[in-house]
Write a protein that binds this ligand. Sequence first.
Ligand code: ADP
Ligand code: ZN
Length: 226
Amino acid sequence: MILILFGPPGAGKGTQGSRIVEACGVPKISTGEIFRDLAAAKTELGLTAKSYWSTGKLVPDEIVVGLVKERIAKADCAKGFILDGFPRTVSQAETFDIMLSQSGNKLDGVIDFEANVDELVRRLSGRRTCDNCGATFHIITLPPKVDGLCDYCGSELIQRNDDNPESIRTRLKEYSSKTEPVINYYVSNGLLHRVDADRLPDVVFNEVLELLKTVNCGASKEALVG
Ligand code: ADP
Ligand code: ZN
């Protein structure tokens, strides 16, 4: 199964993606996470990319495409994978199609998580992320049990570099000018499924499970019954 999770920043792709991983047993590839890891390791590529993403700008296509190509060639992707945060431009979508056809694979579906802008800003500005395991919390709607610490691994919660008001504004602008056009690309080949992501995570996930029944996801029956 090859699935793309699509939608604006804060729509819940990461949260839903982790749940899909549990249900389907294929890895999730988050380009944002790859960039944050590379930046933490202070590689040259990582620092170049950070000069874009920390201000909310998209990282140049050449950099992103190279990293994705390398990642999906790894053994754990042989049975399929879920992409979170890629493709984010029409050019990336076109290149991805070429990559897939060269390896004899095909895309099974694109889930578009849609949420209104006020809700996105609210989610992003209150978001806290675990520095160690990547779990996310929200200071008001999903606070950790112990202030400032991750419920799952006990590590420190941080506010992402790009979760500040100015970067959030830039990310939303980048989304509407460069990423939203990708929707039409997938509508035209019949692969796009829209989900209303303004709702609570459990409600959204139930709808995602319904959708997964229609793509060849490899999930166990129980997981899909929910
Ligand atoms: P979010 O969806 O919450 O904005 P991500 O963690 O997916 O965050 O990505 C963080 C940042 O990494 C993006 O704002 C962008 O700068 C960069 N990025 C991630 N994926 C891509 C991509 N496919 N193309 C260009 N830039 C990307
Ligand atoms: Zn954690």
